[in-house]
Design a protein around this ligand. Structure first.
Ligand code: GLA
Length: 768
């Protein structure tokens, strides 16, 4: 990893272990211009890809055609309104009413480490945390202790800051780039400063990155979805014009995801060039690829400019969230593993990150709102017998909430349900030998709540308009400090009232009626972003004050599953759809970017509540094993045979979770593509161990041969292969001994290995 500046040519060369990113400061007007992003290069001398020497329309030589130059040059951070008609990265309205922007190089700095971004989640240098020392993470005062990892790899980073000026607007614009010792990611963000030419400049667009790719036939991959159908992979050929996804829902959303990959047309899991971009932010975003008249592709990512504006008063600064980009020359899988490693080593701070999470049982699908102390205790007792380690009480324990029509904001116990109160219940559950966790939805307010009756103006709404309800609730205006303080005091009160070791922080509706009584009329455009900053401030306070709390974020299932939230919580509820087959696509799409250790996944009852499908209990367990693993059912009511399988699954989790949590994830077959079966693998970093999960979705008579070629093993190692036997909770005695080369190149023959739909197998390989 390195960042170098070559003074003569004014070229910056950023190297990661396997990739190089280069930009150049043009002689004309000091424009930062993109040169190269791809496989690692030895040298900085290129054959002028941006045509900065030979350009026929270079303004210094041909001023009359400046517009043609601007409209085809690959800019690092494209300006607005001067002649580059492709989409821009930033725009303003200055006090004279003008919107144009431009950017010229002024100075730069290269240094070790990486600065924090005020108020925002961000990746950080990972050295101390990984070495198991006591270390203070960037930005926060969270003290990390005792990582279980013995990995001693250097996890340092370097940063380049390029200070640019937009003199006409009196703006300083700093472009930040960071690279890491141990990862092929490049992280970018931008800082704006009003130097005082104008008292106020309104930023109307402030994206975080722009990367220009040179001509090739590309595809885009987006992660599209809906409630209970999050993050399905959607691959399309990239045609001319703008192709974008965005959210203006106030959160990253079920519908679209702050991610875009641009890959060569023929790229697949293991071959071809792939560029992936992921936004470390939990609010509105845009991710866009634009193919120009000259077959250049401009990739932009940042906060969605729709309904965004920000007053930058003299002397003030605005920081954008960061975008992570990963280039892989070896297909989509390598991109995936770079994101996974980056998030495990440089983003997630929780002390649970490298630890086995307690196996929890959540009562949502077990009881919905219909529960009381006795029911929960009955579940806890039975769960304990089977080896489950924590009871999580979900929605419905507070105010007078017996359905989803009321009480959000009234965070005091409903004593009709929980006789003796919360502490009594928690003590009882602890006495049984289980930890206790709780659900809250702190950002919300029900019109039918004491809180709303007392503070009707605390909801986000527009005066004179009836606010739109969603799930009968409104959103608290977290841009206001007094409301954030109140919300925090409520969460704190609950967490301190009993021995609570886990919190599921939910967010069950998206934002509408953008209006804040705390902002003046000129600042209403700041509300979306200020809301997200408010959420981050609350979660920062939470993890600082309760560093031992296991926090699981959630939003109507997986509507806020993004890198921003992972900075605060090591796991996020992936989807309200717990059906094992539906989960194949949801978890595959989520794991395209996020480590398996972050995906909340539970075994639930059948027929499944979301889709009515009946699948074997065994298969539900194998699919949940690829996430955090837990249960979401009434253990006292499910069939006896299923109950008896739980201790075997518990044993399975304890046996394999270290590998699942820390290993490399590889996709072998996708049911979404082949419509028959699914297969993924997790391989330990030293390739001495692997776990293979196969799910046969639909069976067919006289099936064609199914030879499974494994991946990621060492061809020179020899492995023993055993099946996990759910009947005993152990691996079969019988073993097959095969070379890594045989397993990968010739494969294992699974033809006819199971009869029936939704059947599955778990295979464990160990080096001998
Ligand atoms: C959301 C969550 C569920 C559950 C309900 C409770 O939908 O995703 O898991 O907690 O809220 O209302």
């Amino acid at each position: 990893m390195n960042i170098e500046f070559f003074e003569q040519e004014r070229i910056f060369k950023l190297d990661t272990p396997n990739t190089t990113y280069m930009l150049q400061i043009a002689d004309t007007e000091g424009f930062p211009v993109h040169l190269y992003y791809g496989r690692r290069l030895r040298d900085h001398i290129l054959d002028d890809p941006a045509r900065l020497k030979l350009h026929p329309f270079m303004p210094s030589k041909n001023e009359r055609e400046r517009c043609s130059f601007l409209d085809c040059t690959p800019f690092e951070y494209p300006n607005h309104g001067l002649g580059d008609y492709r989409d821009d990265a930033f725009s303003v309205i200055n006090p004279d009413g003008h919107t144009a922007t431009s950017l010229s190089y002024s100075t730069h700095r290269i240094y070790d480490g990486k600065p924090a971004i005020p108020g925002l989640p961000a990746t950080f240098e990972g050295n101390a945390v990984q070495k198991g020392d006591t270390a203070v993470c960037a930005v926060t005062n969270i003290t990390e202790t005792g990582s279980d990892s013995t990995d001693s790899q250097e996890r340092g980073c370097k940063t380049l800051e390029i200070l640019c000026l937009d003199e006409a607007n009196g703006l300083e614009i700093t472009l930040y780039y960071s690279v890491f010792d141990d990862n092929d990611a490049i992280v970018r963000s931008v800082k704006f400063k009003n130097t005082g030419k104008y008292n106020n400049i309104k930023l109307t667009k402030a994206l975080s990155t722009c990367v220009e790719l040179y001509g090739a036939e590309y595809d885009t991959i987006f992660l599209h979805g809906s409630w209970a159908r999050e993050r399905w992979m959607d691959r399309q050929p990239l045609g001319y014009g703008k192709h974008s996804v965005s959210s203006c829902r106030g959160e990253s959303s079920h519908q679209e995801h702050p991610f875009i990959a641009v890959c060569e047309r023929g790229a697949d899991e293991d071959h071809g060039h792939v560029y992936g971009f992921n936004f470390v932010y939990s609010g509105n975003f845009i991710a866009q690829a634009e193919r120009s008249q000259f077959d250049q592709v401009r990739v932009l990512m940042g906060i969605d400019p729709v309904d965004f504006s920000w007053n930058l008063r003299a002397g003030e600064e605005f920081h954008t969230p960061e975008v992570i980009s990963v280039f892989s020359a070896e297909g989509i899988g390598t991109m995936t593993r770079n994101f996974h490693d980056l998030y495990r080593n440089h983003l997630i701070r929780s002390r649970y990150l490298h630890r086995k999470r307690p196996i929890l049982i959540n009562n949502w699908e077990a009881t919905y709102f219909d529960f009381d102390t006795d029911k929960l205790i009955a579940i806890a007792k039975q769960a304990k017998e089977y080896g489950i380690e924590m009871l999580v009480m979900d929605d419905g324990w507070f105010g007078h909430r017996n359905d989803d029509n009321s009480s959000l904001g009234d965070w005091y116990v409903n004593e009709n349900k929980l006789k003796g109160g919360l502490k009594h219940l928690v003590d009882e559950v602890n006495a049984i030998g289980l930890k206790f966790g709780i659900w809250m939805e702190p950002e919300m307010i029900s019109p039918d709540s004491d809180l709303f009756r007392e503070h009707p103006d605390w909801a986000i709404q527009i005066p004179g308009r009836k606010p739109t309800l969603s799930r009968a609730q409104l959103v608290l205006d977290l841009s206001r400090k007094e409301i954030r303080d109140y919300v925090f005091s409520q969460v704190e009160k609950v967490l301190k009232s009993a021995h609570i070791e886990y919190l599921k922080w939910d967010m069950n509706r998206q934002l509408t009626d953008l209006g804040s009584s705390g902002l003046d009329k000129d600042s209403q455009g700041e509300l979306f972003h200020r809301y997200v900053l408010g959420v981050y401030e609350l979660q920062e306070r939470l993890v600082s004050e309760f560093p031992d709390l296991l926090l699981e974020n959630c939003s109507g299932g997986g509507a806020r599953f993004d890198p921003g939230m992972l900075y605060y919580s090591p796991q996020i509820w992936t989807s309200d759809d717990t059906d094992a087959i539906e989960r194949l696509a949801i978890q595959q799409g989520t794991a395209l970017i996020y480590p398996l250790s972050t995906m909340g996944a539970h075994v639930s009852d059948c027929p499944n509540h979301a889709v009515g499908r009946v699948t074997p209990f065994e298969t539900r367990g194998y699919v949940a094993l690829a996430g955090t693993f837990g249960y979401e059912l009434d253990v006292t009511k499910i069939p006896k045979a299923d109950q008896e399988m739980i201790p075997k699954q518990v044993a399975m989790y304890h046996k394999y979770n270290d590998l699942v949590r820390e290993g490399d994830y590889l996709r072998v077959a996708s049911y979404q593509e082949n419509h028959e079966w699914d297969c993924w693998e997790v391989v330990s970093k030293d390739k001495s161990e692997a776990l293979v999960t196969l799910v046969q979705v639909l069976n067919h008579a006289n099936m064609k041969p199914r030879v499974v070629k494994l991946k990621g093993l060492d061809p020179d190692k020899t492995y023993s292969l055993r099946y996990f036997d759910i009947g005993t909770g152990n691996e079969t005695d019988e073993e097959l001994v095969l070379g890594g080369d045989v397993l990968m190149y010739a494969g294992i023959n699974m033809t006819g290995a199971y009869n029936g739909d939704f059947r599955s197998r778990l295979l464990h390989l160990k080096e001998i």
